[in-house]
Design a binder for this molecule. Structure first.
Ligand SMILES: [Ca+2]
Ligand SMILES: [Ca+2]
Length: 146
């Protein structure tokens, strides 16, 4: 099954005072689709996988998922991908690229089949490309407008 007890969806809320966290076990969601924008939209309509623009944000997400999953350095999806044009990575929320944190010698598009990016590849906080249909925890982020 796609959804198991160890898999969690972590929702990050950006508020005026900082980031708040809601953790949902995936069993609480009616449908689980891995990776694409629609996945996060199932959690919160306007949510996307997170973009990362500073080392501090990278550290924050790493620590957040470690705490939420109770599993240190488990790989999880971030919003970076080259789904549309091979080799041309973009953030799924459309924001500009001003920070990257690849592991050595990646992205490698292994078997010409890796278009989605996760954190915690061998070394904590380092990124790697993987097939988009891999089952990994992920983070959804959205702006809290209230
Ligand atoms: Ca690729
Ligand atoms: Ca790879």
């Amino acid at each position: 099954a796609l959804c198991d007890a160890t898999l969690q969806v972590v929702v990050v809320l950006h508020t005026t005072t900082g980031w708040n966290l809601i953790v949902q076990n995936c069993k609480s969601l009616k449908q689980i689709i891995f990776y694409f924008k629609a996945t996060c939209a199932l959690v919160v309509a306007e949510a996307t996988l997170p973009s990362i623009h500073t080392e501090k944000q990278n550290d924050f997400l790493h620590d957040l998922v470690s705490n939420a999953t109770k599993h240190h350095d488990r790989p999880f999806w971030i919003g970076f991908n080259d789904i549309n044009v091979e080799g041309n990575f973009k953030w799924s929320d459309g924001s500009k690229i001003n920070f990257i944190n690849w592991y050595n010698e990646v992205p490698d598009d292994f078997n010409e089949h890796e278009d989605c990016v996760h954190m915690n590849h061998h070394i904590p906080k380092k990124w790697n490309d993987l097939p988009c249909d891999e089952k990994l925890p992920y983070v959804c982020a959205y702006q809290n407008k209230s």
